[in-house]
Design a protein. Sequence first.
Length: 680
Amino acid sequence: MKQVDITIQNETGLHARPAKTLVNLVKQFKSDVVIWHGEKKANAKSLISVLTLGASKGSQLSIEVKGEDEETATAEIEAAILSGLGEGESASESQHKAPASPSPKVEETPVESKPVKANMLKGVGAAPGIAIGPVYQFQHQEIPINEMSDGLLLGWEGLQDALARAREQLSKLNHQMTERGLKAEAAIFDAHLGLLEDPELTETVHERIQKGQDALKAWKETIEDSAVVVAALNDPILSARADDLRDVGRRVLKIMVGAEDKADALPDKPVVVVARELSPSDTVSFNKDFVLGFCIVNGGPTSHTAILARALGLPAIVSVDESVLKLETDSYIVINGSDGMVTFNPSPEELQAAEQERNTWLEKRRLALEQANAPAITADGHEVEVVGNAGSLADAEKALKMGAAGIGLLRTEFLFLERTTAPTEAEQYDVYRPIAETMGKLPVIVRTLDVGGDKPLPYIEMQHEENPFLGIRGIRLCLSRPELFREQLRAILRAAQYGNLQIMFPMVGDIEEYRRARLMLDELEIELKVPCIVAGIMIEVPSAALMADVLAKEVDFFSIGTNDLTQYTLAMDRGNSLLSARQDGLHPAVLRLIAKTIEGAHKHGKWAGICGELGSDPYAVPILIGLGIDELSVTVPSVPLVKAQVRDLKYSELQPLAQQALECSTAREVRELVKKTLSM
């Protein structure tokens, strides 16, 4: 057995992200690895176990490694811990994390699209659409757990059978989502499978059973104890993990007591589901024919419930004041998932107006899907390219069906994350080429690796950063790791011969960064003897927007990442659920930077597009077109709706509207201006 004593140097200790990196590394070895922190002991192959150590900066850890590859394992584990294990969160968890629940409310004037009356509440729109119907207050039914008098062996065997059936159910859900092209949604249930396979859970349950506790209580208490400890670590990613733990635990318990098919009390008529929180299993368990929409107190627009609601095509609002939980069952409620407004006990006039608004929206959606392949040209002849954001071949195939004129943002970081070694050039090429072939002559804009700081790579040694969002990320990371960058550029250039791939560099802050990246690209084009490829940059940093006219002399195009541009302009962390209602890209400060970017691009004959969420905001589309935007890259399901909206507008009317918006004082004023001018 090998043993090594190490002091944790990470500023925030061995919390979620470095712990996950450590566990992924340890799982590669056959040896058993145990970590001691004082009297606390952890199985290093269990994320839950490592997290419960509670190791902070300066903590002394003793690591014991025993097995056939203990020499190599010890050396690599020690080196990884001393290098800091990276900091930040993975991209996949960032897209699906849920904020800690319950979240405290910020007392402030909400950003809203219309005045709040006494019977109205403002939440955060999570899935578009309008739902009108009776309230259905959803609460979990307590699972009956009675002491079992059978032998301990039967209890353990029963748990094993339940775990096996739970794996089958989750695998089926994962497969169903994947088949429908819902890769992100499938990943939720894949993560649940990973929790079922955590050795710490089953080992702890087994120990409790051996001490005389029946399997039901042993499983329930182990899950709850682990969830409480994980949630108490005060990390939003871990809060989501704690909720997932409870969801997985509940699934297994229901199987063990034979209640899996009885489920919780579910509606048997069309209703608007109101709940404090919903788990992924809850959300997919509802009969879609009986659910009109979701109104949820906890969670944010990137929570699992929000993701699944969008996938199911159901309106949803999150972060609603908990007073909605006091609404009487069967009392009427109206939710607007587009602007986050909730109207309870509507008057006959409010109900009639809401029904008219809903019918109009449904008809627009039907026509949009019917005319998905029609070009996005305004009523007076101004054309706007509407393309899709993608992260996989399935996304690209769906974008074609939805009428997208190309892919305006192909994310590539999924190839680099959740692994301990960098993807090879061949691995990357095998992903990029099929997408290029699928899209044919249509443009596919490939964003080069956008990680670092808040999204670390465990195989790259990085120093701790006090503020990772302002640190080594995006193009800065790529330029600091030229070999890693060159491999990606080579793979893109090779795959570009089979379609119309273009390149986009993220987080560019000044012309020098672009020149260094472009020079590397030019050298590889000569080396590979391939044609010169189109290369643009993302405008996410205010400095780049302000210097757009200088950048446009050399850059081929601009794509404005409004999510980060808004974050940096307003100095608000877009991952902070307490600020979610104020994270509005229609703030005049952001609009002025967008206008300056477009002006700079057009001055030198270059085009400018939008690839952030603002591009599919129905209140933003008229302003963006009026400012002269050339392209809107939106989520794939939004493509037909955005194209339809463009066709209903007149460019000549939007130009003065956009100029008025630039003179507004707040995002709320901008939204009111659009609503009043265009009768939205």
